[in-house]
Design a protein around this ligand. Sequence first.
Ligand SMILES: Cc1cc2nc3c(=O)[nH]c(=O)nc-3n(C[C@H](O)[C@H](O)[C@H](O)COP(=O)(O)OP(=O)(O)OC[C@H]3O[C@@H](n4cnc5c(N)ncnc54)[C@H](O)[C@@H]3O)c2cc1C
Length: 427
Amino acid sequence: MSKLTRRRFTQLAAATTATSAFGLVNILPARAASGRVVVVGGGFGGATAAKYIRKLDPGIQVTLIEPKTQFVTCPYSNTVIGGLNDISFITHNYDALKGKYGATVVHDTATAVDAAKKTVTTAGGKTLGYDKLVLSPGIDFKWDAVEGYSQAASQKIPHAWNGGPQTALLRKQLEAMPSGGTFIIAPPPNPFRCPPGPYERVSLVAHYLGEHNARAKIIILDPKPKFSKQPLFMQGWDKLYKGKIQWVSQKDGGGATRVDVDGMKVHTEFDTFKGDVINFIPAQKAGKIAFLAGATDKSGWCPIKPQTFESTILKDVYVIGDASIASPLPKSGYSANSEAKVAAAAIVAQLSGKQPGEPSLINTCYSLVGPDYGISVAMVYGFAGGKITKKKGSGGVSPKDGNAEFRRKEAQFAEGWYSSISSDIWG
Ligand SMILES: Cc1cc2nc3c(=O)[nH]c(=O)nc-3n(C[C@H](O)[C@H](O)[C@H](O)COP(=O)(O)OP(=O)(O)OC[C@H]3O[C@@H](n4cnc5c(N)ncnc54)[C@H](O)[C@@H]3O)c2cc1C
């Protein structure tokens, strides 16, 4: 990937915003459309879609189904685990969506979709009819992928790959870790939610241990031969946490083959590692309702039409966020937010009898290597030949030769990004 120059990226990002904005103006109906849209999942994708459909056309009834009354984000959850922020910093609610934007929010779980009858059924016994359905259920775990690990085991060996109680549990375990103890993290195989996420977690755990448990060490047991922003992470680890982090890659047999929950051990092909705190992140697939709806293919994810994010399997059902197959976009909160706007614009256009416009999407993943040490990867995406394509010359990664001031600025940009996307979604 080419190196990003900030000026070039800013130009492209501005172009994207302008294109999207023109796109949205174009699809604004001459007369207000009417129709019923049901959105399943109130996270990065679903809450954005619900808000933007209402913003684009208040004539459309939007019902969001989400079991939680408060949403705890995964972005910035590593800062909570590393003790830099309280969990309240990453907790949001649906007040603005209900009040300011007039969506109906039903705190319940969708349990079935009848795409022929166009209905969604919930655990609470409701049946909701729709004209258009948006699914943004995020991920589910392949609990049986590695022997010994299970949903029950996650109460002792957390994954912390959904924001909330798992985040708090891992934080508590880290604080209680014995002096000189070992923290093991086992990242998942591809594809998974937030490719740089495990390595940001390693960084912020290393920062916390450096200040509170100086003799402790970290072992990464990785089923992959390489990882996102690897040279930048490794450079940062060398600068900030020299000798504290051991990365066992796939080629050195890093992939876990068995987890011994009682013995607090992870077995790999060649070795056994004992941890005082273990963070095991299982392999992933689309959220359960995507399977129940019949929107998944044999990969365990949901194929979509890239222009609108409508399912290629189910008519009038749109799948956005981590559950969708939207490559080359990564499974990130920013991608989910961008995809939601494309789907919202397409739905509003279609409900008022118009053709959807050409999508333009964007993603930036910031990671904190330390509180004042940020790195990023960015890309702008267009649509060509029926596919989502990377915009030539856009995006790239932070320069390897960035100085301390550059890294400090990127850490500030990271926080700015978090605060603006959170208010874009839940504000
Ligand atoms: C540690 C970590 C750090 C991350 N950092 C970043 C970052 O810095 N930047 C970034 O862009 N991304 C980041 N991500 C990735 C980001 O969290 C996800 O990509 C994003 O949340 C995906 O959005 P989504 O809407 O698909 O799923 P989610 O945001 O998880 O939302 C899914 C929602 O659907 C609900 N749901 C599920 N099933 C049902 C059902 N049957 N009925 C009703 N509701 C249902 C769930 O309760 C949930 O609220 C990070 C992830 C992790 C784990």
